[in-house]
Design a protein around this ligand. Sequence first.
Ligand code: ADP
Length: 522
Amino acid sequence: MLTSHWVRQREYLLEISRALTAQLDLDAVLEKVLDAATEMLAGQSALIALRQPGGGFAVRAAHGLPLRLMGYFSALLEGIPEQSNHTNFYIPELANKLQQVVLETGLPLRQVVALPMSMGRDLIGVLYVFRAYGGGFTANDRQILGSFADQAAIAVHNAQLYQRLFQEKRRLDAILEYSADGVMILDTGQRITVFNRALAEMTGWPAADASGRHHDEVIVWARLHTEMDLEHALAGGWPLSQEQGAQSPLYVEGDLERRRGGAVSAGITYAPLLDREGRLVNIIASVRDITRFREADRLKSTFVSIVSHELKTPVATILGYAETLARPNAHWKPEMVQEITDTIQGEARRLDRLITDLLDVSRLQAGALPLSMEEEALDAIARRVAQRFQVQTDRHQITVHFPDNFPPVKGDAMRLEQVLDNLVSNAIKYSPRGGRIDIRGHVRRGGVTVSVRDEGIGIPATEQGRIFDAFYRVDDSSSRATGGAGLGLFLARAIVQAHHGSMWVESEPGAGSTFSFSLPYR
Ligand code: ADP
């Protein structure tokens, strides 16, 4: 009888340790341990207290005890030593504490056995088994139970590690997924194993479609700005050819082809992940959209070339004419002097205009254009602008059509005049063969629309979205023939937007353009 009990316990121990080590789910491990311990000790119920990450112990699982009474059992946890193993484990006054719990809960518990679950000197938890009857334990019992508790400790520890690993992984996945930069992870065959949201957005490849594909299928360079791409670097031995020391990441920059057409400027940093033996395990690539940097770069160089050209031309003219006038022994007819000073004035005005525009641009970039809002009559402003330009040209016929009782709008008269000024001056500038220029006003629900239509060279559809950008000019001979810094439309639109309105263009190359803006009443 005794032998069979002993044998059964040993069998149990084996079976349990096999089952436990195969199990990585903490809850399942705890349940098995509780089950086995209750059975082995012929107990009635059991509970496990685990060491908390912040210190101290707390009940983590129970078997055969009503959940709602769990709070009473925390008394049994008081006095658990910080470090211990089963040879010197001792919780003071445990029997008395159980008496107290029985009094409070009315549960028929006679005896409690507390087994330390330790790994080395570290106590990771305590296993309590309750019995309905008293009775001693033999030394043999204790030894077997001790080994069982230690097995259980290992299993619990593993499950805890696994749980932590699992949480870490989830955290890392979330960081990758929601990173503002594109991230992808390649396996040793350069197949994509991870492809995050930002990268999907950037490349137009849904993550599910990109996963499993070869890197070169998804990352296709329309143009490279760096010397080589990943393929060439790998062919050249990167990252393993380096003798020793840190493996340097590879940086590749260029224009990436998007899946459904178009391109995006991107910089990719490839970092090799090696195992202890120095073998390549993964390549981790972080991808940054550098469109804005490149755009800023482009803007800077166009700015410098356009502005220097636009500044140089009038200054050269002014200088030339001023020198002519100043020639000591020349006698100029009064009409000639008039013509020269007119030209000087005209060029100085052009300079003044450019400088004012540049100041407006920097004001806009610094925050907003200050506006002084009044009730303004757009029809009156339009007539003023038309008159001013009509006297400068006889190849163009400028007409103004506004319905009677055109409602006033809230706005800054000077700025609104600047908008119309710009549209009409462009209409003239870009209609070198002349033609009609119509300024029209329309009343709409909630606001008004004003349009300026010309019969000039027109704007190709591909350019229509960009002409409102600062320093942008259509790059063709007819535009190049005229001066301009490409700021007029940028400022005009900014002014309209500051009035809570919008501006757009309709145009057909060769037939003419219509620029319109709408303003709310407010
Ligand atoms: P700028 O006239 O100084 O170049 P704008 O910002 O006023 O600058 O205009 C930007 C570009 O848009 C011009 O260079 C020109 O190519 C195009 N554009 C503007 N208005 C017209 C128009 N009425 N007809 C044809 N092209 C135009």
